[in-house]
Design a protein around this ligand. Structure first.
Ligand SMILES: Nc1nc2c(c(=O)[nH]1)N[C@H]1C(S)=C(S)[C@@H](COP(=O)(O)OP(=O)(O)OC[C@H]3O[C@@H](n4cnc5c(N)ncnc54)[C@H](O)[C@@H]3O)O[C@H]1N2
Ligand code: MOO
Ligand SMILES: [Mg+2]
Length: 421
């Protein structure tokens, strides 16, 4: 008689896995390679930005007090005592009715507290000296970019665990981080099991299919921020699979397999875990697809036995493997971000278990909408292409009507969620 598996809730399954999660390690890499990596330390301002007070416009640095009498009918003349561009400084100190011709980005001269834009002045020359005239007042601090207005030295600007985007690249350069502390990418081993699997270049033959899961999961690992160590495919043969899995474990931080976890005669993963002496955290989850997802730990390393069915495999990875990878990337929001969306079409299928429907979410009139991205069966590949989210339809329901609000997990988001269930 076949062993009956006891399904546990998704929240419980995630919790059991997260109890075995490991924290990330730091490595220092060149700023040239840091885009798309995750900060492993808080990004701290190493100086004020700007670190000197400067002109934000091309114009004349003046003492605002000297402009107070200026008006349409009362031009005030300044003597221009120097001329500087960005990158240059002047040693001149402004005296009464003196100005320095200054370009955007140049350091303000001592004594100056405002900049009159070029467009608002008239220039002239007399006896070899330069002058400029204004016909309006200027306030103290007007058109000045003050020291530290952008950032203050010592300030924490970005928290560790954040994905480095183009803006963060700019910050890193601003603060002189030629080497950037980033989280080491966890190495995720990957094996696809199944005697039926053909290589991508093989011609189709009866009874066999091309291995698509390897390519899909490898991409999911990379999207999550991990590094793939792809070991290839394995036939449904106990000894071959056992040896391969045992050997692979030494080379990775965690191991993902696809296929062979259900109750079939050639589903060897459960017996492999047993022979290995691995602790099975669960082998059935109250969800569809992916109910057969089995996760074990061996010497502190997690083994993710994902389903062979493509959609089930996909969902199992996103719910269970991704948060472990993101935790190792120093994120404290490692789970998929959850949002509310409006169901765009009827979903008449009954749900004994919670269902994760591969969906397309999109904005319409300012509202987030969700619609299934294809056929909702666990052996389906094609619905995955258009899926940018997983719609969560709770178990024990008889289907849903368009217009209803549902939860969606966003697959392409980088913000994440602390704990979605
Ligand atoms: N008697 C029962 N049968 C099944 C049960 C059950 O509870 N009792 N569960 C069903 C569910 S639900 C799922 S999901 C599948 C899970 O099967 P396995 O994880 O054991 O995976 P396989 O049997 O190896 O393969 C299933 C399916 O997926 C195809 N496959 C496998 N690997 C790949 C790959 N790399 N690329 C593309 N497609 C792949 C494989 O050919 C099979 O069609 O079990 C149900 N059965
Ligand atoms: O695990 Mo199966 O995918 O529930 O369909
Ligand atoms: Mg099977």
């Amino acid at each position: 008689m076949l062993e009956m598996r006891k399904p546990i809730s998704i929240g419980e399954a995630v919790q059991r896995i997260m109890d075995w999660k490991r924290t990330g390690q730091t490595e220092r890499i060149s700023i040239n390679d840091s885009y798309g990596r995750f900060l492993s330390e808080d990004l701290i301002a190493t100086s004020d930005v700007p670190h000197f007070t400067r002109a934000p416009y091309d114009g004349f640095a003046v003492r605002s007090i000297d402009s107070q009498e200026a008006g349409l009918n009362n031009p005030v003349e300044f003597e221009v005592i120097d001329h500087i561009g960005a990158g240059q400084t002047t040693s001149k100190v402004l005296g009464e009715k003196q100005a320095v011709r200054i370009m955007t980005g140049a350091m303000m001269p001592e004594g100056a507290d405002a900049v009159m834009m070029l467009e608002l002045v008239k220039t002239s020359e007399r006896d070899g000296k330069n002058y400029m005239t204004i016909k309006r007042k200027i306030k103290k601090g007007e058109n000045v970019s003050f020291r530290a207005e952008d950032a203050k030295q010592g300030e924490v600007l970005v928290k560790k665990g954040t994905l480095i985007n183009p803006g963060i690249q700019a910050m890193l350069a601003t603060f002189g981080y030629g080497e950037v502390p980033v989280a080491k990418k966890p190495i995720v081993g990957l094996y696809a099991t199944g005697t039926e699997l053909l290589d991508v270049n093989d011609p189709l033959v009866p009874g066999k299919i091309r291995n698509s899961n390897s390519y899909m999961i490898a991409a999911q690992i990379e999207r999550a921020g991990g590094e793939v160590n792809y070991f290839g495919t394995l036939p449904d043969d106990f000894d071959t699979c056992f040896d391969a899995i045992r050997n692979a474990l030494a080379k990775v931080d965690m191991l993902v397999t696809t296929g062979g976890v259900s109750v079939g005669d050639f589903d060897y993963l459960p017996a492999i875990y047993e022979k290995l002496g691995a602790e099975v955290l669960f082998n059935k989850v109250a969800m569809r697809p992916g109910s057969v997802t089995t996760v074990a730990q061996f010497e502190g390393k997690l083994l993710f036995g994902l389903s062979g069915n493509p959609s089930a495999c996909y969902v199992g990875f996103e719910l269970f493997t991704r948060p472990v990878i993101r935790t190792m990337l120093c994120s404290n929001k490692p789970h998929l971000r959850k949002e509310r969306a409006v169901l765009d079409t009827d979903f008449p299928k009954a749900n004994p278990f919670a269902r994760f429907v591969r969906s397309t979410t999109f904005f319409q009139d300012g509202r987030l909408m969700a619609t299934p991205s294809g056929l909702d069966k666990s052996n389906i590949v094609m619905s995955l292409a258009g899926a940018n989210s997983l719609m969560i339809l709770p178990g024990g329901t008889r289907g849903f009507e368009a217009g209803r609000e549902v939860d969606v997990l966003l697959l392409e988001d980088q913000e994440g969620s602390e704990w979605p269930w």
